[in-house]
Design a protein around this ligand. Structure first.
Ligand SMILES: [Zn+2]
Length: 281
């Protein structure tokens, strides 16, 4: 499932263009062809087509794992979930099996939302917070200071791994980057959040930022069956490295299930009850 660095990469490519596709910013949307009704959360399909036609794409960016297009009057949002993909192609290209929504654009182009597993969702709303207002802070936003992050961790009694995946707590992290950040911070995934010392909380925030920035710099990870183009998967410290040696200490990477999610960690570098130690990672 695409996480913050993958969605950031997709937004950047749509915004700036790539060698394969031009930028979409500044282009008129000429209409809408909805091929799978449940992809669209709101408004109704008829209203969607009427409202979106003629609007200009002013900006393309990301909030958490949501991709958004700021239009003349409205916000067009996508959540890619398991298998959603946004493709820019020439107008009237042959339709593919899992195409769910096609938006013809000026310049003989079309933006296609393709989604084999049908979990992806689309919204067209006047007020963006209707869709993303529940999200917690952006981890790369410097207004999230170590002191604020420590207070947030202190305010709840939850295991670190599920807490980091909780989008109202912190936006954008998924299974890959949560495991990588906890390893870099030398914190066991089951440590209870309010037992962390202030220095450990600061280390965790710093580690989250490091793995996200590394992921973005490598255009994300291409392990999902749809997302492609990044190579961060070649630099994983623990994720999907079960049974392989830790790069720091040689101990074999372990895998446990936490909150129904496979969780990878080094039993030596990430001891279970390290709340009395200060990480120097
Ligand atoms: Zn280790």
């Amino acid at each position: 499932m695409p996480e913050l660095p993958e969605v950031e990469t997709i937004a950047r490519n749509l915004c700036l263009g790539t060698q394969q596709q031009p930028s979409l910013v500044g282009r008129h949307i000429l209409g809408a062809n909805l091929l799978w009704g449940r992809t669209l959360v709101e408004p109704s399909p008829v209203e969607f087509s009427q409202r979106i036609e003629g609007q200009v794409i002013e900006a393309i960016d990301r909030r958490g794992k949501f991709l958004y297009f700021q239009l003349t009057c409205d916000w067009l949002l996508f959540h890619l979930r398991m298998s959603g993909d946004l493709v820019v192609q020439r107008l009237d290209s042959p339709q593919k099996t899992h195409d769910r929504l096609v938006l013809p654009l000026e310049g003989e182009l079309e933006l296609v939302f393709n989604d084999a597993r049908k979990f992806g969702r689309v919204w067209l709303v006047e007020e963006v917070d209707r869709v993303v207002g529940h999200l917690g802070p952006e981890p790369l936003d410097e207004s999230l200071t170590p002191a604020i992050f420590f207070t947030k961790l202190q305010s709840t009694r939850r295991q670190l791994k599920p807490l980091l995946l909780d989008q109202p707590f912190l936006a954008g992290l998924g299974n890959i980057y949560a495991d990588e950040a906890l390893n870099l911070a030398k914190l066991h995934p089951l440590i209870i959040s309010n037992t962390l010392a202030e220095a450990q909380a600061a280390s965790l925030l710093q580690s989250i930022r490091t793995v996200l920035r590394d992921g973005i710099a490598r255009n994300g990870a291409s392990i999902d069956w749809v997302y492609r183009g990044g190579d961060f998967q070649n630099y994983f410290r623990v994720y999907q490295r079960t049974g392989k040696p830790c790069q720091e200490c040689g101990t074999l990477i372990a895998r446990i299930i936490v909150g129904q999610r496979g969780t990878h960690f080094c039993p030596q570098c990430q001891p279970p009850l390290s709340s009395m130690e200060v990480s120097h990672g």
